[in-house]
Design a protein around this ligand. Structure first.
Ligand code: NAG
Ligand code: NAG
Length: 329
């Protein structure tokens, strides 16, 4: 199955609104006692964070949705993201995901410390600050560490996660299910197809996509799917390296799923031969891996279609049509 990709992926928005840091309003004036006691981030850093002094606060390049700030203190640095509009549930989901990955002791992720609400509305998350390092990208280290994470964390509850989260800004449903094919058909493909029909009135992609979703079983012949902990949104923007050249993964959309689904964003991730070689040394490829590749990119193409519009529709559509032909349904 060949899908031509003729445009660059995951284009960042060129029109981010200016980022306003809620705690930097009075940058040139010393903060008043009242302001300080109203700032839960500062309070946490100066208590549970074990700092006695904050020596610097600086903005860090982030996305449009959240603003990101580095706090330097005598107890080390902290990374803080704030969202001025929405409550803590999004950051709670992120913290649960980061923590689940952190606990595996495999690939490096920032340790989450604290999530809470801002007195002015909105929410924050405080986490470990990781100094990013050299531009040298070690693909085999990334492959091996990722496979170690997939191998380390299995779930007894089946497929899903403790909370729903988001993929981009689209909701991602993680209600537990014991059957992977059902989970993927309903919570992943089905959810996006429904959204496309609601948003664009696209009943063609909906009908054909649903037909595919009802007929996935032959693609999983002789495969035992185990619920592995997935980052869920692994593309080059969410992969970096620390000062020692260790891979670090960020901004997850975690859930327990088929490990192969982790490669669904591979068209934006630049995984090379070294990556896969190292990965499969730890997590051997399962029968039929190649024929499920496009199935797992389909979810992300549908999501991009729903997020960014019709430029991605033909990619999703040709994957669906190829499978319908191949499965003869
Ligand atoms: C990449 O990481 C592997 C360990 O996973 C290591 O053996 C290798 O030396 C590293 N390569 C470079 C260029 O740092
Ligand atoms: C991770 O990817 C998401 C898009 O899926 C993006 O919103 C976020 O900004 C990325 N994180 C980083 C650190 O670039």
């Amino acid at each position: 199955m060949v899908v031509a990709i003729s445009f660059s992926c995951c284009m960042p928005s060129l029109h981010c609104p200016p980022i306003i840091h809620p705690f930097n309003f009075n940058k040139n004036k010393p903060p008043t006692v009242a302001a300080m006691s109203n700032d839960p981030v500062r309070e946490w850093i100066l208590s549970e964070g074990k700092a006695t002094q904050i020596t610097g606060i600086s903005p860090v390049g982030g996305g449009c949705i959240n603003s990101a700030t580095r706090y330097d203190t005598d107890a080390g640095s902290f990374f803080v993201k704030t969202n001025r509009r929405i409550g803590p549930s999004m950051f709670e989901g992120e913290a649960l995901g980061l923590n689940a990955m952190y606990e595996t002791g495999s690939i490096r992720v920032p340790k989450p410390y604290k999530v809470g609400s801002l007195p002015t509305g909105g929410s924050y998350i405080i986490m470990e600050f990781i100094e990013f390092g050299a531009s040298r990208r070690n693909q085999s280290a990334l492959g091996r560490k990722l496979a170690e994470m997939h191998k380390a964390a299995k779930s007894e509850k089946g497929f899903g996660f403790h909370v729903d989260n988001t993929i981009g800004s689209t909701p991602q449903i993680n209600t537990w299910m014991s059957d992977w094919i059902e989970f993927y058909a309903e919570h992943r493909l089905g959810y996006q197809l429904k959204l496309a029909r609601e948003q664009y009135g696209d009943s063609t992609i909906y009908e054909r996509g649903k037909r595919l979703a009802r007929n996935l079983a032959p693609l999983f012949k002789d495969v035992v799917v185990e619920p592995c902990l997935l980052h869920g949104d692994l593309w080059s923007g969410n992969i970096t390296y620390d000062k020692n050249g260790e891979p670090v993964i960020l901004d997850p959309a975690c859930y327990y799923g088929h490990n192969e689904a982790e490669f669904g964003m591979s068209w934006c991730a630049g995984f090379g031969g070294d990556f896969y070689k190292a990965y499969f040394e730890v997590m051997p490829a399962q029968p039929g891996f190649e024929q499920r590749r496009d199935l797992y990119t389909l979810y992300h193409y549908l999501n991009h279609y729903n997020l960014f519009g019709s430029g991605y529709r033909s990619n999703a559509m040709s994957i669906i049509d190829d499978y319908l032909r191949m499965l003869n349904v």
